[in-house]
Design a binder for this molecule. Structure first.
Ligand code: UD1
Length: 314
């Protein structure tokens, strides 16, 4: 039984990961509940929940001094690109400073750590047009979010090379699935769409706001595949000091996404078109050959993932 720390563990991806691990391992969660929710977590004696922020240096110091972890997954972040454009100083504290502090705390207090996995983002590639994105592709972060993720990721990997701290980093493409919070205008687009469909099916007045013309495309990856990928990266030897894309290797544009959901739910979501968001990336698609080489195989096409998500939500 391993001792696992998941920051951001009450959030969408973190809670799915925590619920996966708590069957066989002890899981400690630090989450400030800014986007996450305790109700996302399975009730289990194996889960210890600490309400607090990863930017709280004292809290994190005490936690890492008083506990020896086998694995640490650092998922706590302000996940919204648009939010980072609005609040660059605040989001920098969460998306960058917390990582740097964590690395230093690990260096001093966690001699038996097997792996720190840091979750970075496909946003680091920016809108340089070559697709699909390989880990070695041009990096062109366009927003405070992307700059913070890239800088943090670099530190994480360098701490392996410089100090032999066992680390890996992953770049999430667009993750979706149950428990993704649709409440904020900055939430992941599929969770927002799902929320609007729910209203539509209840015959409430609603519409989806499309920023831009809907031809922007994303590599949407179902959260269960992300959990599989995180577990592989954390436990494989080859992944030490390495960075991996986590996606599916397929993309879809937003207009087609709405059409697919319309068909699946036998309805027609009203769409309102607005100006595109500043800092928005036009096309995004992952090359996943590197992570496939350590055993990853996505199980969900976008169609299969949407079906599973819909059956969970409705
Ligand atoms: C997303 C993630 C980010 C991750 C990145 C990796 C979220 C909130 N953001 O950013 O954490 O690092 O992928 O690729 O999950 N849109 C609309 N209407 C809406 C909301 C969004 O048209 O109501 C559009 C956006 O303008 C954008 C697309 O949908 O073109 C996707 O937006 P979003 O889900 O916020 O994700 P990313 O910005 O790609």
């Amino acid at each position: 039984m391993n001792n696992i720390l998941i920051t951001g563990g009450a959030g969408f991806i973190g809670s799915t990961l925590a619920n996966f691990y708590c069957k066989d391992h002890k899981v400690t969660i630090v989450d400030d509940l800014s986007m996450g929710n305790k109700s996302n977590l399975d009730l289990s004696d194996n889960i210890r929940f600490i309400e607090g922020s990863v930017t709280d240096v004292q809290l994190m110091s005490e936690l890492l001094k008083n506990n020896q972890f086998d694995y640490i997954f650092h998922l706590a972040a302000v996940a919204s690109v648009a939010d980072s454009v609005e609040r660059p100083v605040e989001t920098h504290q969460v998306n960058f400073d917390s990582v740097f502090h964590l690395l230093e705390l690990i260096k001093v207090n966690q001699p038996k750590l097997k792996r720190l996995v840091f979750t970075s983002s496909a946003a680091v590639y920016g809108d340089e047009p070559t697709l699909p994105k390989q880990e070695e592709s041009v990096i062109r972060p366009l927003t405070p979010y992307a700059i913070d993720k890239f800088a943090a990721e670099k530190y994480v990997v360098d701490y392996y090379h410089l100090y032999q701290i066992p680390t890996s980093a992953v770049r999430f493409f667009n993750v979706y699935g149950p428990k993704q919070n649709p409440e904020s205008p900055y939430s992941g687009v599929i969770s927002i769409m799902m929320d609007r469909y729910k209203k539509l099916l209840k015959k409430e007045e609603t519409s989806f706001t499309m920023f831009g013309d809907g031809t922007q495309s994303r590599d949407f990856v179902f959260v269960d595949d992300v959990v599989q990928a995180l577990n592989l990266v954390a436990t494989s030897k080859e992944s030490l000091g390495e960075v991996y894309n986590i996606g599916t290797g397929e993309s879809i544009d937003l207009n087609d996404l709405v059409s697919s959901l319309d068909e699946l739910l036998d309805s027609q979501l009203p769409v309102q078109f607005l100006e595109e968001r500043s800092g928005d990336i036009k096309y995004s698609l992952a090359d996943i050959s590197k992570i496939k080489a350590i055993g990853y195989e996505p199980k969900y096409t976008i169609k299969a993932g949407l079906e599973k998500y819909v059956s969970y939500e409705l």
